[in-house]
Design a protein around this ligand. Structure first.
Ligand SMILES: [Zn+2]
Length: 410
């Protein structure tokens, strides 16, 4: 495929009845942190806008960047984040208790990252990780987890996986389907792969968080779809599978975990959840156009606040260099004349620069050496734990700015 293409139809139902509600202009790739030697080059940028499908209600980014550009090297390592590790431990218990019948069962994790989930299951079942990121697949293999370093697709299942590993009893995919343009093909591959009684369990960001938390910075090129159960039901049923259970899980704000099979009877949770989404208006365009207005309001308020702090000679730095920080800084137009530097605990990000705005990223120790007056929390979803961890800084007079959902100074 080309580096980038613009789809004119919905990714899951093929309707061309797509309505745009938020335009973020041209943005660099959120995870394409810049090396010092490339600072004089202009970063590649691609259009970034969000649409609502009037037919199946999927919220989606229609500008698709070649996944090989996005995922061949990847900077997010699950085991580096302790909330994620705890989450996957509990998740593994759920799978073990409810869906693994014997140690010969095969559990496959699509985009299993460094094997954090499978590591919890490898003593009780056969496990297989299918992950396209070469650097991360290596880590997974080192843990003793069978790993295929490739993009999951129907073709990979029929040509390679079935022949080498047999049918799968449990397939999981966490934070994957939102990143996949060819999601229909992925679901067809899963259907082909599953034993007749097998289950497909996946977690994905829930579109409610986008609107309720005004989390416009969740929008980036890697993050193509923003799912409701309404849209997911459409997707699952279009390949001949069905949703039999759903729950919300406290990870990345609030995510949804969906349970899919060939033939299991739908639990009351599914009907209840659909009703809940209806009462929130997630199946209608209006909620999303209202959200867009609020985002533009936030942008105004934040820029005024930062400008007045700079006028008063305040030193401002950023906390955390997550992908969402790229959207946030580029859409708001906040550069190194405002933010001196950003700190991040992930060592592979240190020494690099934020895409587009080229703000340098340092290890946390930089805060002691070059003390700021204000710290803007770009990793705002971890604001509570950051504030707890940094209470000495707060006591010493440093102020924290939490930008989302509503701008707050602590
Ligand atoms: Zn659609």
């Amino acid at each position: 495929m080309k580096e980038h293409y613009h789809r004119t139809t919905c990714r899951i139902c093929n309707s061309s009845d797509l309505k745009k509600f938020l335009d973020l202009g041209k943005s660099p790739l959120a995870n394409a942190l810049v090396n010092k030697k490339n600072l004089n080059k202009k970063d590649k940028t691609f259009p970034l806008a969000v649409y609502f499908c009037q037919n199946c209600s999927l919220v989606q980014v229609s500008d698709v960047v070649d996944p090989r550009m996005l995922f061949s090297d990847y900077y997010f390592i699950t085991s580096a984040s302790s909330p994620s590790v705890d989450h996957f431990k509990k998740y593994a218990q759920d799978i073990l208790k409810n869906f693994i019948k014997s140690s010969g069962d095969l559990v496959v994790d699509i985009g299993g990252n460094d094997g954090t989930l499978l590591n919890e299951l490898k003593n009780d079942s056969r496990v297989l990780n299918v992950d396209p990121a070469t650097n991360i697949a290596k880590i997974s293999k080192k843990k003793g987890i069978k790993t295929v370093n490739d993009f999951f697709s129907k073709k990979l299942v029929t040509d390679h996986l079935l022949r080498n590993f047999g049918k799968a009893d449990v397939v999981t995919a966490n934070n994957i389907i939102a990143h996949t343009d060819t999601v229909i093909d992925l679901f067809k591959g899963v259907k082909e792969f599953l034993t007749p009684g097998g289950v497909f369990i996946f977690e994905t960001h829930w579109v409610r968080n986008l609107v309720e938390e005004r989390a416009f910075d969740q929008v980036y090129h890697e993050h193509l779809s923003y799912y409701s159960l309404h849209a997911l039901k459409h997707l699952v049923e279009s390949v001949g599978l069905s949703v039999f259970d759903v729950k919300t899980v406290p990870i990345q704000g609030e995510s949804i975990r969906i349970y899919v099979s060939n033939n299991r009877k739908s639990k009351p949770s599914v009907k209840k959840f659909l009703a809940r989404e209806k009462s929130l208006g997630l199946h209608k365009f209006k909620v999303f156009s209202d959200f867009s207005k609020k985002v533009l309001e936030s942008k105004n308020i934040m820029l005024k606040l930062l400008a007045s702090l700079k006028e008063n000679g305040k030193k401002i730095v950023g906390y955390g260099a997550p992908a969402k920080g790229t959207t946030f800084l580029n859409f708001f137009g906040i550069g190194k004349d405002t933010i001196d530097y950003i700190i991040d605990t992930t060592s592979i990000k240190q020494g690099l620069f934020m895409p587009g705005v080229h703000i340098p990223i340092y290890p946390p120790e930089k805060l002691l050496e070059s003390k700021p007056d204000y710290i803007l929390i770009l990793a705002w979803n971890y604001a509570d734990s950051i504030l707890k961890k940094e209470k000495d800084l707060i006591e010493s007079g440093v102020k924290f700015i939490i930008p989302v959902p509503k701008i707050k100074i602590v």
